[in-house]
Design a protein around this ligand. Structure first.
Ligand code: SAM
Length: 273
């Protein structure tokens, strides 16, 4: 098969997936799509994109397995704990300023560890300012495209391994003692779970004081990343914070509105104007 034929077959397959399941494949990096589709092709013992298309036609469950492979959802509580340490004093200041009315969005929340990390970081800000009683004023929107991840976020039952980066003291303070651990009800009350596709839908409920979108945009191509960054900048309140993943960098027009405050931790701040 020539490179051109391979490319044509790949396009036909990704268009088929988009038509069947609404996943905007053209927003993702080709390299990434090819690798993930390759995983499923090997699992089903087929060698061409066309043959894999026939597998999808014959077995609708294969679409679910493919979508699981495409939306890889590895996550942890307090992932890159130093980032959350750097964020803490900023959240405290926001908390004080907004008197607890802090609205956060975990975009691409996977199985829930990230939005609950945000909820705990807010609870700690409330505690540090002596305003625990105001915690219910805060809100964390937790969104993802992947249905199974959203179900796990709603179930909010977490296995021990996912706490490996989280300070033990915080685990004791905010989770039940027995396995699988569950966050305390006051944290669960803050987290609102919804299905949302970052590539096709506007931010769910702006303005936000904190947007956390980590290890998601790396899968998108550059034009989609630029568009998303511009949407995040517009969805943030003045003085609001954007947190990206450790290997992600903001570019495009959003750089005019978002100031890089902590380069190592990818903490950006929306200018007041
Ligand atoms: C590697 S996980 C990152 C989880 C978490 N943010 C973290 O850093 O630990 C990537 C997540 O992005 C989600 N995702 C992929 N494409 C998406 C899209 N178009 N819209 C919303 N979420 C998407 C996946 O389902 C997955 O849960």
């Amino acid at each position: 098969m020539t490179a051109e034929q391979d490319e044509r077959a790949f396009r036909a397959l990704t268009q088929k997936i988009t038509r069947a399941r609404g996943l905007a494949c053209d927003a993702y990096k080709d390299r990434c799509l090819r690798r993930r589709i390759g995983v499923r092709m090997r699992a089903r013992g087929v060698h061409t994109f066309a043959d894999y298309g026939r597998v999808l036609d014959a077995d609708a469950r294969e679409y679910d397995l493919l979508l699981d492979a495409l939306t890889i959802n590895v996550t942890k509580f307090f992932r890159n704990v130093e980032t959350w340490r750097a964020l803490a004093p900023r959240l405290e200041a926001l908390w004080r300023e907004r008197q607890g009315r802090v609205r956060a969005w975990s975009a691409g929340c996977a199985s829930g560890e990230e939005p609950y990390t945000v909820a705990i970081a807010l609870a700690e800000a409330a505690r540090a300012t002596g305003q625990d009683a105001l915690l219910a004023r805060a809100r964390v929107d937790a969104t993802d495209i992947d249905r199974a991840s959203l179900e796990r976020t709603r179930a909010a039952e977490f296995a021990e391994a996912t706490f490996s980066e989280m300070p033990a003291e915080l685990v004791r303070r905010y989770f039940t003692a027995e396995a699988p651990r569950r966050p305390l009800p006051e944290l669960q009350g803050l987290v609102h779970v919804a299905k949302h596709d970052l590539t096709t839908e506007p931010p769910p409920d702006p303005p936000y004081d904190l947007i956390v979108c980590r290890n998601v945009v790396i899968y998108f191509d550059r034009p989609m990343q630029e568009r998303l960054f511009a949407q995040f900048a517009a969805a943030l309140s003045p003085g609001g914070i954007l947190l990206l993943g450790k290997v992600e960098t903001l570019f495009g027009p959003a750089r005019d509105r978002l100031v890089l405050e902590e380069p190592r931790e990818r903490i950006y701040r929306r200018s007041e104007a």
